[in-house]
Design a protein around this ligand. Structure first.
Ligand SMILES: NC(=O)c1ccc[n+]([C@@H]2O[C@H](COP(=O)([O-])OP(=O)(O)OC[C@H]3O[C@@H](n4cnc5c(N)ncnc54)[C@H](OP(=O)(O)O)[C@@H]3O)[C@@H](O)[C@H]2O)c1
Length: 229
């Protein structure tokens, strides 16, 4: 693994990913909307930046086609299939042997044993409808993005995050194959640790074709769990 692209590098998670990737010695190439390049600050001098919408196939082609790994922050902004467009552009243009790692939330199904309490499903569905009605966000499009990834023959991992918070590292998150596992109950992960988990996926072939759900290592539910991870 030598060159790594970060799609959505200007956001909070993207910037953690970029710093961690640089610390691990990778050459980093970041994609973000042109108006967000200024958010990169000093990072802009340490990485190559490809400005443009992340669902633009040409932008993504020029960024990822030479990379050994691609870390993609999937965000469901707007109602123009931003998330699924981004995922499909990465799947289309990354090298077939590249390791592809995508972020999303637990709300994205990824295992037959996922458990979603009925009340939460109803609240999520109401929120998704409201966000789509005011054209801010299309949460279902993040689900569509994941489905496109699952259907592909790429070397993918989808990392399903819990609620995120800033703060110093608590160590590598714990994970479970399915949402609803007791070790995930606390639902809290430091963004810096989410980024570290995604970076680990680049070189861990054991997670190819999997969608682990993660949670902070020092949360009560993780500490109470004595199972493997
Ligand atoms: N926040 C949580 O609690 C949480 C929980 C579970 C999973 N996750 C997952 O973690 C990842 C990062 O989420 P985050 O909440 O921490 O956000 P974040 O890292 O701050 O990233 C936000 C991203 O959204 C982009 N964005 C914002 N408005 C946009 C617009 N109108 N059109 C296109 N792009 C836009 C930003 O790009 P610009 O810099 O160009 O604005 C940035 O790349 C996501 O995959 C999310 O699903 C988050």
């Amino acid at each position: 693994m030598k060159q790594v692209a970060i799609v959505g590098v200007s956001g909070k998670l993207g910037q953690h990913l970029a710093r961690d990737a640089l610390e691990r010695g990778y050459d980093v190439l970041g994609v973000c909307r042109e108006k967000s390049v200024t958010k990169l600050g000093e990072l802009a001098d340490r990485i190559s930046v490809v400005p443009g919408p992340t669902n633009d196939r040409e932008v993504i082609r020029s960024a990822v086609s030479g990379c050994d790994g691609v870390l993609t922050v999937l965000v469901p902004w707007g109602v123009d299939h931003y998330s699924s467009g981004t995922a499909k552009a990465v799947l289309e243009h990354a090298k077939p042997e590249a390791r592809l790692v995508f972020s999303c939330g637990w709300h994205v199904p990824g295992h037959p044993d996922d458990v979603y309490p009925r009340a939460k499903l109803m609240a999520q569905s109401a929120m998704a409808k409201a966000m789509r009605a005011i054209r801010v966000m299309d949460i279902d499009d993040q689900v569509a993005a994941a489905q496109a990834i699952y259907a592909s023959s790429a070397r993918w991992t989808v990392v399903r995050g819990s609620t995120l918070e800033e703060g110093e590292s608590h160590g590598m998150p714990v994970w479970a194959e399915h949402v609803g596992h007791p070790r995930l109950a606390s639902d809290r992960t430091r963004r810096i640790d989410y980024a570290a988990f995604m970076l680990e996926m680049l070189t861990d072939d054991g997670f190819i074709g999997k969608a682990p759900a993660i949670n902070g290592r020092l949360t009560p539910s993780a500490l109470a769990d004595d199972g493997p991870t």
